[in-house]
Design a protein around this ligand. Structure first.
Ligand SMILES: [Zn+2]
Length: 439
């Protein structure tokens, strides 16, 4: 007798990411109640399951939904607003003044909607976000159906959102309370960076993160200037200072981690920290190249992030996979560094692990949530195809994403149509804000 399933997807290839390096050919994935039931050969699947819906993917590779381990979603409204400046001038002369003038719950809701739509279309099913007005960001993620860890951003500096570190914390925790129990939304403590948050605040954040079992999401050692400034102000490198204040542990996501010496790498490995590698942003702001092969060799869990659209300027994890692989090779002068399977693992399971979500997402193991991305490899640009994982990293782009599911629910369908919101509405929101931002 047949077993029931909500959804049966038959794919040319399935790459479950766990077990490592496995490519299943002509297999199917059975899904029920939002979760993966089984992966099995197509013929067996058709005999064993009676599914409410079946989807045929004859030229596609099915992978876990991508995890964007670092972004500032609402900054989609600042895409291309200021380019070609180094980090500190870019922040101080362009981005912070614009934010001071324009940010509001409406800015964050609309910008986050645009970013979430862009990410979904590009196969991203989970993002780790850091911005102001977390409540408004959560509303947008909820409306469009993206899984997200929303940052409770904290700095010492006043913005229209909050007046000081206490105010940021209080407002962040209140937003977290309002969304508690949501099936797709979680919250992190998100101190902006060691150079914008004081010792006492960092110590408090560390103890709250421990109580709440929440990730700590922080920019770390993105530029060399941060290290010399920290040595002058504190007598310690930023990561050494964070260790002293109790901020570093398995729940910590150290974003960028570009300028690391051996003691930094040792510290990240010893304390089981995670790194969010954002290669495009690091290149565009001329920050440098993170020593990813060294981090991986030391055992640090490295995931991939896009950073915000103001410093990338695309929320495209395919681009980040490709760049991560290429930069790892050229920086180590070893063409075998960061092979394609490893780049895909960084963009999926490693990101999930950094967020403490690897028991639920990040690979296609039975029992996990059915967060899936299908990539079609049937045109001239993607043929011949000897190895679909090689193609995912070195050939394909987000334009090849054909279908996306989150919790087994279709979010992007055939031809990359978004199902939760119309393009017309998204373009209207974008036009309204562009007019406001240049006035
Ligand atoms: Zn960032």
């Amino acid at each position: 007798m047949s077993e029931r399933a909500d959804l049966l997807i038959h794919a040319r290839w399935i790459v479950p990411v766990e077990p490592a390096d496995l490519v299943l050919e002509q297999h199917s994935i059975a899904i029920n109640d939002g979760r993966i039931l089984a992966l099995l050969p197509q013929q067996q699947a058709r005999q064993r399951y009676l599914a409410a819906k079946e989807v045929e993917l004859p030229d596609h590779v099915l992978i876990p939904g991508l995890v964007n381990l670092h972004t500032h979603a609402a900054m989609n409204l600042l895409r291309g607003y200021a380019d070609d400046l180094p980090l500190m001038r870019w922040l101080q002369e362009a981005i912070w003044p614009a934010e001071g003038k324009h940010i509001s719950p409406g800015f964050v809701r609309d910008g986050t909607l645009l970013a979430a739509a862009e990410m979904l279309r590009g196969g991203v099913t989970t993002c780790n976000d850091m911005y102001f007005y977390p409540d408004a960001a959560a509303e947008a993620f909820d409306a469009i159906g993206l899984r997200a860890v929303v940052g409770m951003t904290i700095t010492e500096f006043p913005t229209p959102y909050a007046s000081d570190a206490d105010d940021y914390l209080r407002k962040g925790l209140a937003a977290r309370d309002r969304w508690r129990g949501h099936p797709r939304l979680g919250f992190s403590l998100a101190p902006h960076a060691p150079y914008t948050v004081a010792d006492a605040t960092l110590e408090r954040i560390s103890s709250i993160a421990g109580e709440l079992e929440a990730p700590i999401h922080i920019h770390v050692q993105e530029t060399s200037g941060e290290i010399s400034d920290s040595l002058a102000a504190h007598g310690l490198r930023p990561l050494a200072r964070l260790e002293k204040l109790g901020v570093l542990g398995p729940e910590t996501i150290a974003v960028h981690s570009v300028h690391l010496d051996d003691s930094d790498i040792d510290r990240l490995a010893r304390l089981h920290c995670n790194v969010a590698h954002c290669p495009t942003s690091n290149l565009k702001l001329a920050s440098g190249i993170a020593p990813v092969p060294g981090l991986v060799e030391a055992g640090v869990n490295v995931g991939l992030g896009t950073d915000g659209a103001a410093s990338n300027n695309r929320l495209d994890l395919f681009q980040e996979m490709r760049l991560a692989a290429l930069l790892a090779k050229v920086s180590s002068q070893d063409a075998a560094a960061l092979p394609a399977h490893q780049a895909l693992r960084m963009a999926t399971l490693n990101g999930a692990r950094a967020l403490g979500l690897d028991d639920r997402i990040g690979s296609l193991l039975p029992g996990k949530q059915a967060d899936l991305c299908a990539v079609v490899l049937n045109d001239l640009n993607t043929r011949p195809c000897y190895d679909p994982v090689s193609h995912l990293v070195y050939v394909a782009g987000r334009e090849q994403v054909s279908h996306v599911w989150i919790d087994g629910e279709a979010r992007v369908n055939q031809g990359s149509a978004l199902l939760q919101i119309s393009d017309i509405e998204l373009l209207r929101l974008s036009a309204v804000w562009q007019t406001k931002l240049v006035s």
